[in-house]
Write a protein that binds this ligand. Structure first.
Ligand code: EPZ
Length: 426
């Protein structure tokens, strides 16, 4: 993990140009996990070149998945012969999404062992929904050397109600249920667009999943037969990256075209930008963001499960709100601990007052001043890139490997629209 830093010179100069969006981290990581349910060649395309993809490919290689034809954005995987049931601890501890691999591995091998999943520390990140789901399908769980071990000679269908909506919980149970004996129903399932995308991919290989994209998903298990390739997984454009670029363009002002994205996945953030006086023109695969006038405050941004305002855009939009002509409330309902970055933003000159562990009042407009700051997690890291880009004076952003986990070569793309940002290896 390099100790690189971003050196950013803030400015009020409007941004101009276009910026392209890469494949979605939270889509490809699940598409890669699904390979464990298959045999034959599976082609992956539009992959982002980010740390989490490299780490997941390493986890799969350690399980015997063969990779050929690796280019910047594509590869071919073949999981006809996989070995073992253990997720490499040194890697699985780094990324939360590694738990999604546990679902198909348990279904394929009848056993899986993995460490408590790592990733961004957004509160305590429990996995009780996964434990309950796999137990409902017949798995036994034990803890061995502070790793989880699930085993099941055969997984059977189950009727599972999530007591709270979980994106990876829904995905992991869907993946496990594909090979189970019998029918599984997932109730109160997550609706994120990556979930129907994953279901369509699995169905193209012979799975029988219906209702993905609604809160009730029904999976007819194959009774243990592995899905047959060949197949193809084309990664969705990253809606969080697109939304983050829109927040940057709105905060700095100017005219920026965000290309290779899917505005349909950003309906609520787009409406919020329009409420704030930002002009958003939408095409099939682009958004044009224009902001010349003042930014209006918004009574409240409340993060919700999809299709509500995404928690992953909360920090970037909070930075944008520091420029609004008045006060706006930000209510983070999904993760505790996802407002911790606000202290550092206040040290840059923001005037954000915490109301309770889930709500802050953003007073604007305030002038941010550049400073040295550590990126706390992937999404708040991007928020500090935005803060530094609009601040007065220079900033140094540390811990940018976290940003590299979710955004491919972000500095090269930001420079093209006028952000003065440079990566320095220290
Ligand atoms: C996914 O995380 C995303 N990660 C997150 O993006 C995203 O913020 C989140 O969904 C919400 O949209 C990936 O897809 C890899 P959850 P996930 O389970 O699935 C609680 C990023 O930066 N919960 O939907 O881990 C949990 O604590 C990341 O790309 C339990 O209580 O989130 C949270 O409060 C950050 N028990 C709520 O549910 C469980 O067993 C929703 O979390 C699981 C979750």
């Amino acid at each position: 993990m390099t100790k690189a830093t971003f050196h950013i010179s803030g400015s009020s100069k409007p941004l101009r140009g276009s910026i392209d969006v890469r494949g979605a981290k939270n889509d490809i990581l699940k598409g890669l996990a699904a390979v464990l349910l298959t045999k034959g060649d599976i082609a992956y395309k539009n992959m982002p070149q980010i740390e989490d993809v490299d780490r997941t490919l390493e986890l799969l290689a350690a399980l015997g998945v063969r990779m050929t034809g690796k280019t910047a954005r594509a590869c071919m995987l073949n999981a006809s012969h996989i070995k073992g049931h253990i997720l490499r601890r040194d890697i699985a501890e780094q990324i939360r999404a590694s738990i999604v691999l546990a679902g198909p591995l348990l279904a394929r091998q009848g056993k899986v062992r993995f460490p408590f999943p790592g990733g961004c520390v957004l509160g305590k990140r429990p996995i009780d929904l996964f434990v309950r789901g796999w137990q409902a399908m017949g798995a036994r769980v034990r803890v061995v050397d502070d790793e989880y071990e699930f085993s099941a000679s055969r997984l059977h269908g189950a009727d599972i109600t999530f007591y709270k909506v979980s994106v990876t919980g829904t995905e992991a149970m869907m993946l496990s249920a594909v090979l189970a004996h019998g029918t599984t129903t997932l109730r109160n399932a997550a609706l994120e667009p990556e979930i129907p995308h994953l279901a369509d991919f699995l169905n193209s290989l012979g799975a029988h999943i219906s209702g993905a994209g609604t809160s009730t998903i029904v999976i007819e298990g194959t009774g243990g037969s592995v899905l047959e390739g060949p197949g193809e997984f084309v990664t969705l454009p990253d809606r969080i990256e697109a939304g983050s670029f829109a927040a940057l363009a709105a905060a700095r002002g100017g005219k920026v075209k965000i290309t290779s994205c899917n505005p349909e996945h950003l309906a609520v953030p787009i409406e919020i930008l329009r409420e704030m006086g930002v002009r958003v023109t939408v095409g099939k695969d682009f958004m044009l963001i224009e902001r010349t006038g003042k930014i209006k405050p918004i009574d409240m941004i409340k993060t919700r499960e999809y299709p509500g305002f995404p928690t992953d855009l909360q920090a970037p939009f909070t930075v944008l709100l520091t420029r609004a002509q008045g006060a706006s409330l930000v209510f983070e309902t999904i993760f505790e601990g996802r407002l911790a970055y606000v202290d550092d933003l206040n040290r840059m000159g923001a005037y954000i007052t915490p109301c309770d562990p889930h709500r802050v009042l953003v007073n604007g407009p305030t002038e941010l001043r550049g400073r040295r700051v550590e990126s706390p997690d992937i999404r708040a890291g991007l928020a500090f890139v935005i803060a530094a880009a609009i601040a007065k004076g220079p900033s140094v952003l540390e811990g940018i490997y976290k940003i590299d986990r979710g955004y491919e070569k972000i500095e090269a793309r930001l420079r093209r629209i006028g952000v003065d940002i440079e990566r320095k290896k220290s």
